[in-house]
Design a protein around this ligand. Sequence first.
Ligand code: B3K
Ligand code: ZN
Length: 854
Amino acid sequence: SGTMKLSDYTPSAFSISDLYLEFDLQDKETRVTAVSQIRKLDNSCTDLDLDGKQLTLKAVWVNGIETTVTHTEQGIRLTDVPDQFELKIETLIDPVNNHALEGLYKSGGAFCTQCEAQGFRRITYFLDRPDVMAKYRVKLIADKQANPYLLANGNLIDKGEAEQGRHWALWEDPFPKPCYLFALVAGDFDKLDDTFTTCSGKQVKLQLFVDKGNVSRGRHALDSLKKAMAWDEQKYGLEYDLDIYMVVAVDFFNMGAMENKGLNIFNSKYVLADAASATDQDYFNIESVIAHEYFHNWTGNRITCRDWFQLSLKEGLTVFRDQQFSADMASAAIVRINQVKIMREHQFAEDSGPMAHPIRPSEVMEMNNFYSVTVYDKGAEVIRMLHTLLGESGFRRGMDCYIERHDGQAVTCDDFVQAMEDANQKDLSLFRRWYSQSGTPVISVNCQWHQSQQQLRLELTQNTAPTADQSIKQPLHIPVGIEIVTLSGGEPKISEVLSLTEQKQTYVFENIPSPSTVAVLTGFSAPAKLNYQPAEAELMAVILHASDAVTRWDASQQLISEAIFKFSQRDNEKELPESLKRLFQGLLGQAHTEPALIAEMLELPSFETLSQQQEKIDLDALLKARKQLKALLAVNFAEHWRALFEKLSNSAYSYEQTQVERRRLSGVCLSYLACLDSDESLELLQQAYEKSDNMTDTLAVLKACQAENLPLFDSLMQDFEQKWHDDSLVMDKWFALHAGRQHPQSLSNLQLLMAHSRYSINNPNRVRSVMGTFAFYNTEGFHRRDGSGYKFLTDYLLELDSVNPQVAARLITPMIQYAKLDEHRQHQIRLQLLRLFEHKTLSRDLYEKVQKAL
Ligand code: B3K
Ligand code: ZN
């Protein structure tokens, strides 16, 4: 029912070469006139079916003659159309009442659009599919006072005044594009201007549009844009292709940002930053999202997707590119560690849940549900594996070939792999399985060092468990990074990448004279899980001596995980394991050398990461064990945390690597200090809050107090609210801190938050900061044994679904990934899923997920 299949793809029977769009912008009744130049490609085809949704059709003309059409489930049908003709359509739409935030809508006072994936059909009747590419001319007419800026894709070619205080602007985009890349913005903004000179000497105008009064918060985004433009030239030889690049920040947005040609539209969260209001993480995210959308200009816009099943063609590749960029801008190891966390916490969970799908899905009910961690982040891991297998220069050769061959086209993932293959004469046929097979492979490791032969034998076995969407799995082509480390830390150190292609393979390393161990899947060389329990001494050797930082971090996390799991099997453990004493002693001793890396190593693995390592979890025991271990580490090293924290203070805030690393570590110290429950540590937290000149340090204090449920949390939060109540982005942080507080009164807290004057169900950022934080991260509150957390989310989803189905479908994620929970909780969840299932008017977005979860 309503499921689309990749295997059903057929090319469009019609092409559209040019499109003229005219918008008479009015709050509740915007008139859209669309004039398309259409040509029939398949002569056996007599009818033209156009997509359309929530449109009021006024009239249709074929070659100037008014025509009748029939309405279909998808839109409209024109029968017996000529081989070549001009089609003119007039529709009315209602931007103000569009709370789904797809198509044309109003965010605050401004008109803006979001057309990917299928939002253009909410603007006019059209062939709303990415393989139909046309040249656009767009005329906007609007009230001049309310909308001094009238923006669309490409270049401004004319403008003028109109009657009744209105004015107009005409834009032309010289590059043919699919309709999902169309955009317009009309409103009043503050503007930041800059220029970028490209490698061929072309001057590009850069314009950043922000809400009035926010100019000082736009500088970082503009600087990031210039860095990204220079990076893409230098790394991939890719130059910008228009004379102007515009970025508009809006407050109401379903996701992070959108790469519309020459006119990016951003969630203001990924644009605005200053020291007082944004954290280091915000600065980092802005740089990365700005770069991501910019990189889409080549990987996405110039070369786009043939159909939506190919989404990873542009998303996996562009995420990989933004990851490379971030690694070059900051600390490569830290950037990598954070990506690995996302994979383990979220993508592994998706793979083992009811929505499991390959990075190139083969069946889709609602496309918006497939803008997933699998398509994006696992998709990027698949590109990274190609990069690993082909090497830096081989990958570049492949990229050059891809761009040269497909510029201006709408293509498939297979076309991409083919270009990589052809440019390198390398057989990637087995590798292609990563595109069609879902699930997380598990690599089992057997490693033995043989003294007599001075040999190390490594046996690797791969196995992918069946997933919800696929029962039969085949072996994959997996690049397995390894590093051989002697237990003593002496030579030899061997790092290489093994190519695992069979179900089982054995590797022998000669001339290993002293007892050694091997770290496997180093740098997270493939999106896989490991089944490997090295002895404590071996893990310790890796932590101390491995040359790769990510490998050392990973081993430390494994050592800590094992301690937590052991704790969770016993009651009231009071002794800190010797191995952890030694680990923390060592880490704290070298904290000054690489503060951010040490911070990552000192931090306990998240509850979500721990869950993914087990078939079934005892939620209460695991939460408790994690807390107990944290408390023991806090007490055991109390003096160290304090001393280290004191050493880490910074001079006046700047977003600069050394400072960022110190703040990161100082935040971890605070999180341990908050566990101490002594007057001295409370004093220290209070002082840290008062002393802070930046949002990173302030939030670190608040988070530490929140995690330990300290009474101090309430007083600081009141102060914080007083200071920031007029600032939406900062208030999102305030809402999230409250919603994430693990507390017996979680649900009544949530009710209070939603009654707050700053709360609005129409604003996705606000919804995510409250309900998203609750469902994803307030484990105790959401997973209350009596099921009231699940019921609370469900009640809310029923309301939200009729406002904004896309956001509702994202929020349900933690509730459909229930397979690891105990029977009792699973039952409580199923009751709520049934309630949703029986709801008469459930959106397609939620329906697809609920039905798969039941
Ligand atoms: N391409 C957009 C995502 C559109 C999501 C539509 N539901 C942002 C990005 O990935 O760059
Ligand atoms: Zn993207």
